[in-house]
Design a protein around this ligand. Sequence first.
Ligand code: NAI
Length: 303
Amino acid sequence: MAEFGKVAVIGAGVMGAGIAAHVANAGVPVLLLDIVPDGADNRNTLADTAVARMKKADPAPFMSPRAAKLVETGNLEDDLDKLGEVDWIIEAIVERSDIKRDLYAKIDGVRRPDAAVSSNTSTIPLATLTDGLSDAFRRAFMITHFFNPPRYMRLMELVTGPATEPEIAAKVADFADRRLGKSVITAKDSPGFIANRLGVTWIQLAVGQAVEQGLTVEEADAVIGRPFGIPKTGVFGLLDLVGLDLMPHVGASLAAALPEGDAFHTSRRELPLVERMIAEGYTGRKGKGGFYRLNREDGGRQK
Ligand code: NAI
């Protein structure tokens, strides 16, 4: 049975914060790192802000006071060496393969040789993520795709590559199952893996259909939310939860990887409203609001 003494999460955004809270709630110490924003007085501000948010999040306690004591915050410039103290490094930064690879090269210089490293990517194939990295890094590397919110979504997709050491992957799968309560599904290294390959195509179709029909978001969610198995939030609420700014990255990554004629391409629609919302900071719950707040402001019509 795998026991990890300490886990690091890099990226304190929607998913990194949620994963860090879930690991800490399971009683395991966590190092939470993010970048230093330009001109920040507090160099750990992104991780600190995430912890403050997790303590308050509803339903409380999203992260228990006891768990909060297990979270150490830091930043990637001053605290990179601390990654040498952990057993599993989980990367949950922006969905861009070039930025992720730069980070992995830095991690490779400081990690313990037997530590597991994984990405929470939604769509980027493992082969792309490890391109140009050392053989030793490839042995330790896999994709662990948690779903949002990590506290409640039981599924975790595990993707390994030909170089991944089976023993390291087995330790991560065992820990995720026993300590984090996840149902671990092994997926092939294919674009979007299983859930996002199906889910993104379906959501694109649903959103496009709602726009074409001129439905309000409530009307659309009444038809394409719960009846199609998306509980509570509906499709538009799910997009608010996920973060609208992730959509272009996910779309670009799948568009580049999937062959012409794939259902993903035929389900794509131009959605100028989404582009405008992102530009104006309406990125969903993490921003000024999303479809639902915008809905209140503009009478609910998709433009
Ligand atoms: P987010 O935008 O909420 O957070 C990303 C974090 O990465 C931010 O805190 C940002 O400061 C940090 N970051 C940006 N550039 C960085 C760099 N160069 N080095 C280190 N950190 C950097 O993103 P979110 O939504 O949490 O997504 C993170 C990862 O998880 C992505 O790969 C995404 O595809 C994946 N994912 C997202 C889900 C969601 O529902 N939002 C669900 C499952 C996976």
